[in-house]
Ligand binder design. Structure first.
Ligand code: GDP
Ligand code: ZN
Length: 296
């Protein structure tokens, strides 16, 4: 049976939408119960005799995964093989920088660059706190951009940051992820929605994640909105890896296994006292460490 390679561009529980190497898009189902492809996976497929759907027979090893723990205490994979993470905050709902930090921590552990987008700039609610948070992210080496998905303000800058990469767009519900993606992709999104409706799965089909091509090359993955987010981390080492400034200062702590909480000779606590490390980022680190150790 001829095998073809393809990329998963949308998942509807056990149903998949794929883009074949030829660029052609097809529907697929999955061979067996053990394979769990997600958006972004590179898969092998073969035809099913007498049907238009393909059968997914294997998944290529992933470069990375964006994960989160689910309510049953297991790890859900939201997407795989992502090249950039775009975390969106906005004037409304009130920005939660702790959630932004956690997504950035996920990006660090995935080994990919991240962009912070502050949306709804047309509402003119960019106060000192917002300016300070964005400046801090830039100081840490993340790109930060203020946009309005409503007016298109600063979209050229955002498009330049997204060009030719596969990015996942994440952030709290209501910050404008769908509106941003619609503006970036034009009519493509509606087309994907129409596909699932035509297949008779109705309007209530839960689409876990969808990858949409950008007109100028590259793609964005639309992921389900979250009220709260914390990456599924395995150890305190991964928490430290998620906060590069803490990792850097931590190399000067007296104890190699310093957790930067109450240990003597802690260079991280010194850096916080000297304002070389942002107090809120340090608090963010402590909270995520507590969550991770409680779970472990
Ligand atoms: P999502 O949950 O993150 O996908 O957010 P949506 O894209 O559904 O947007 C949530 C609400 O914010 C909707 O009512 C949008 O019309 C609105 N919205 C999105 N972007 C902007 C923006 O740039 N400015 C303003 N004023 N409203 C926006
Ligand atoms: Zn320390």
């Amino acid at each position: 049976m001829p095998q073809e390679s393809a990329v998963v561009i949308a998942t509807y529980s056990r149903r998949m939408r794929l883009r074949l190497a030829s660029g052609h898009e097809v529907d697929a189902r999955i061979k067996g119960k053990r394979l769990k492809p997600v958006c972004g996976d590179a898969v092998s497929v073969r035809p099913i005799p007498g049907e238009t759907e393909r059968l997914i027979t294997s998944i290529r090893d992933r470069d990375n995964e964006l994960t989160r723990p689910n309510l049953r205490g297991e790890t859900d994979v939201l997407a795989a093989n992502v090249e950039q993470l775009v975390v969106v905050a906005a004037a409304t709902p009130d920005p939660d920088w702790y959630i932004v930090d956690r997504y950035l921590c996920a990006a660090e552990n995935m080994n990919i660059p991240a962009v912070v987008v502050y949306n709804k700039s047309d509402l003119h609610r960019t106060d000192d706190e917002v300016e300070k948070a964005l400046a801090e992210y830039e100081r840490l080496g993340y790109a930060a951009v203020c946009v309005s998905a409503k007016t298109g303000d600063n979209f050229a800058e955002l498009e330049a940051l997204l060009a030719d990469k596969i990015a996942i767009v994440v952030g709290q519900s209501g910050v404008g992820k769908s509106t941003i993606i619609n503006r970036l992709t034009g009519a493509r999104r509606q087309k994907t929605a129409a596909v699932s409706e035509k297949r008779g799965e109705g309007r209530h089909t839960t689409v876990n994640s969808v990858m949409l091509s950008l007109p100028g090359g590259g793609a964005v993955i639309d992921s389900p909105g979250v009220r709260d987010y914390a990456p599924a981390l395995q150890s305190s080492m991964e928490v430290v890896r998620g906060f590069p400034e803490i990792g850097a200062a931590g190399s000067r702590c007296r104890f190699a296994n310093c957790r930067h909480l109450r240990e003597p000779g802690c260079a991280v606590k010194e850096a916080v006292a000297d304002a070389a490390i942002d107090t809120r980022r340090y608090e963010s680190y402590r909270r995520l460490l507590a969550i991770t150790e409680k779970r472990g």
